[in-house]
Design a protein around this ligand. Structure first.
Ligand code: BDR
Ligand code: CA
Length: 303
């Protein structure tokens, strides 16, 4: 089993990604670090705890960053709802799974304690991963890889040229891309393509209680492209970690635009560079991906 730390900002699709990861037989989730992101930290933390109560999992939760490194926080409440998970109300969990301590330090301790190299997953702004890499550079050699949902090859969703997770904390993202560590990226484009059709939505609902929970939330994502296809961005990060064969991966050098007046947070992905620092998923087998996702919901259903 691959030991994994998840940095997340739930967020509807974050809930979906965590649900799959928590029960996948190839993954051992060691820690969840909710960060500010889609909505404020108090919501993302509570949503994480509530999800664990709902799923009856007991993974330690460590409180992450409540704002970006440099810039003011942004919000995606218009997409995910005021609480971050429009469409579903969890029973409220207490904070018994919360482990006290700074996120960077707690991640560092887990990385050092792990006999196997740790994998990190970033499906929100990358503030906490940047703090970890700055504070504990010795951990880099004990990390197997970082898998990220974020960035864009072409147009963005937060702004014309920037994707939400990277736009949320561009300075942090640049620290991560410059770390020299192995990075796999599921950018906005594969998220757009890894959609769920209305028919697949019904299959998710029929899985059981977990499926109904995801179906309720997915039905409430406010996307603006006018189609009836539900985009489930964050599970693509779990996908590239476990099933790269469902994607087309290409090496690129990624730099994050920090200075641009209109382009801050854009990821300049140079596929021709002879100094690649990341592997980018440039395409996905849409139906196979959806089948894999639905299978993951079924596994989660069995607990
Ligand atoms: C990303 O932004 C957030 O709104 C989603 O949770 C996902 O991580 C997509 O751009
Ligand atoms: Ca997210």
């Amino acid at each position: 089993k691959t030991p994994l730390i998840i940095s997340t900002d739930p967020g509807i699709d974050d809930i979906a990604a965590m649900t799959i990861a928590l029960f996948d037989p190839a993954i051992d989730v060691k820690m969840i670090v909710p960060t500010w992101g889609n909505v404020a930290l108090n919501y993302t933390l509570q949503n994480t705890l509530n999800l664990e109560k709902f799923l009856n999992t007991k993974v330690p939760v460590v409180v992450g960053a409540n704002q970006p490194l440099v810039r003011p926080a942004i919000s995606a409440a218009s997409v995910h709802g005021e609480t971050g998970i429009a469409g579903f109300e969890f029973e409220k969990a207490d904070d018994s799974l919360v482990e006290k301590g700074l996120a960077a330090t707690k991640m560092h301790e887990a990385i050092q304690a792990s006999p196997e190299k740790m994998t990190l997953m970033g499906i929100g702004p990358l503030t906490d991963l940047a703090l970890l890499f700055k504070q504990y550079p010795e951990d880099l050699e004990k990390i197997k890889e970082v898998v990220i949902m974020g960035g864009n090859i072409g147009h963005g969703n937060h702004s014309p040229l920037a994707e939400y997770n990277i736009a949320g904390d561009p300075e942090a993202a640049q620290v991560v891309f410059q770390s020299g560590i192995k990075i796999k990226v599921a950018p906005l484009e594969v998220g757009n393509k890894a959609h769920v059709t209305p028919e697949q939505m019904e299959r998710i609902k029929e899985c059981g209680e977990v499926g109904k929970m995801l179906h309720a939330m997915f039905s409430n994502i406010h996307e603006t492209d006018g189609s009836n296809l539900i985009k489930i961005f964050d599970p693509t990060a779990v996908g590239i970690m476990l099933h790269p064969e469902l994607f087309t991966m290409k090496e690129a050098n990624v730099e994050v635009e920090l200075a641009g007046k209109y382009t801050a947070g854009a990821t300049a992905m140079d596929f021709l560079s002879d100094k690649p620092n990341a592997e980018i998923a440039v395409d996905v087998k849409t139906d196979e991906f959806a089948d894999w996702f639905i299978q993951g919901v079924k596994i989660a259903e069995q607990g």
